[in-house]
Write a protein that binds this ligand. Sequence first.
Ligand code: FES
Length: 183
Amino acid sequence: MTSITQNNVNEEKLKLEQLISSDSIKQIELWRKKYPSDRKRPPIIAALNIVQKENNNFLTEELMTAVADYLDVPHIAVFEVATFYSMYHLKPVGKHVISVCTNLSCMMCGSKEIVKHLENRLNIKLGETTSDKNFTLKEVECMAACAGAPMLEVGEIFHENLTTEKVDTILQDLGLRSSSNGE
Ligand code: FES
């Protein structure tokens, strides 16, 4: 019987160069060169952005581990960054990720109603993706746009002072007709 040893596991682990394009590796290298060689952690954010972009907008454990090995930092350092910032997605997401802030200022200015409206229009709950894979609805912490509460972000664009009517316009601009599940 063959037993799986640690060596076997290590041999199976793919390097970042084998998982992403050479173009993305070049971009990561550019970021790495911006910092002194003994400062290995600062490029983590940029590297995860680049890797996520190439991987259909989400990160896998394999990719995060490969990023850590490539930058020569502990795996946990990369996992901490990837799980802290809401811009990283740790499972497949839809074409449009709608990130709704539900933190204090937004909550006090009506984010609950905004979330409810989005859930009804998209026919999904927070954390879910529509069956046509067009929309993912994500709950996020304060995005430092409290003066425009309630707010949401889609594709790095902030939409502030939301009303249900504004949400309808945003959804229409993103291509939603009735509900995103074809109903
Ligand atoms: S609480 Fe929503 S942006 Fe600050």
